[in-house]
Write a new protein. Structure first.
Length: 358
């Protein structure tokens, strides 16, 4: 289920991912307490069996010692949507920021593009160097909490790059009514910005790699929407979804026990010949004329009804805009080898070096 070559580029998966791709069963035991599932109909039944638990969500899992309420989550997604749409309409940062190791260069570029106008302490919440360190995250969280206490009555945030240009996400921190709400707003800012930028960067990186060797400037611009949907099929960043165990799943399949965790694998389902013609081939044209890709059987790029990613409507448009900037500035892959490695991470993404020619 893993192609050896895609348009002149090969992909080398981490051993544990390759082991999954080598399996033929649609329901299989991964270890003593985990069952893997790639059957489209069984996944749909599992998702419908019970609501997603708070601890099973990434962005909206409990923060600051309390659950994230639905209205708070809704406000966060609306604010994130405002910030993304505003960012797409503004000129991007200098393209030299796209040169370097992908997807990390793209992640930093997106965070600069969308959130650099926030006050420095707040914008630090979205920096990769901070989010990768639990200790630094706690220090920055504390600093932002203390700083916003003195700024709630201010007309703008001192320290921002320009007055009145802070993000809607940052305004949620300043507008919090108590310390608990402020801490949760800080946690949601960090999680929302990191999840969005990391996911879009991974998707764009996978799309660039699947396109193959460097494109010539005179080549026609590809259909970016179709390109990204096919990338979401073949190399989906959200390649695995976990559900904790429980009685709700035991009647659905004899392999699942009450104490088992259930791992759902879009990566495997998206490559199965039961659902796809030529499943291992990268064919963006398969999405031509498809009005609603997410209604396609065997396709789960953002989850099922009732459990879909809340920010799914932002991912493809932002990834399209990022790829447009990359093409406009003649970004080319400069990796020393034609094989990209896909490490075992929560987001599936190829790793390569790239450089802009413009």
């Amino acid at each position: 289920m893993a192609p050896t070559t895609v348009r002149g580029h090969s992909v080398a998966y981490a051993p544990r991912i390759q082991d999954l791709l080598d399996r033929e069963e649609k329901v299989f035991r991964i270890d003593a307490t985990t069952v893997g599932v790639s059957d489209f109909h069984l996944i749909a039944e599992i998702v419908a069996a019970r609501p997603v638990l708070a601890t099973e969500r990434s962005v909206f899992k409990p923060a600051a010692g309390a659950d994230i309420h639905h209205d708070s989550a809704t406000r966060t997604i609306r604010a994130l949507g405002q910030d993304v749409m505003a960012g797409i309409r503004t000129p991007p940062p200098p393209a030299r920021g796209l040169s370097g190791a992908w997807p990390y260069a793209a992640t930093s570029y997106l965070r600069q593009w969308l959130f650099s106008y926030d006050p420095l302490p707040v914008s630090l919440l979205s920096k990769r160097g901070v989010t990768r360190s639990a200790k630094l995250s706690r220090i920055v969280d504390r600093a932002v909490t203390l700083r916003t206490v003195t700024l709630r009555t201010a007309t703008f945030w001192p320290g921002s790059a320009a007055e009145g240009r802070g993000t809607a996400l940052a305004e949620q921190i300043r507008g919090a009514s108590c310390t608990q709400d402020r801490r949760q707003a800080i946690a949601l800012y960090r999680r929302a910005t990191a999840t969005l930028c990391d996911g879009v960067a991974a998707l764009a990186a996978n799309a660039l790699w699947l396109m193959g060797p460097a494109r010539e400037p005179e080549e026609a611009r590809p259909d970016l929407t179709a390109l990204l949907w096919e990338t979401l099929r073949l190399l989906p960043p959200a390649w695995m979804l976990f559900r904790t165990g429980g009685e709700a799943y035991t009647a659905l399949h004899p392999e699942i026990r009450p104490e088992d965790r259930v791992a759902l694998f879009p990566l495997l389902m998206h490559r199965h010949p039961d659902y796809w013609l030529d499943p291992l081939e990268f064919r963006p044209e398969r999405w031509a004329g498809v009005a609603d890709p997410e209604s396609t059987p065997g396709f789960m790029p953002f989850g099922f009804d009732g459990a879909r990613c809340w920010a799914k409507h932002l991912v493809v448009p932002l990834a399209e805009r990022l790829l447009e900037v990359a093409f406009e500035n003649r970004l080319v892959i400069r990796s020393p080898r034609q094989e990209a490695h896909v490490p075992l991470r929560s987001l599936l993404s190829v790793r390569f070096d790239a450089q802009t020619r413009a």
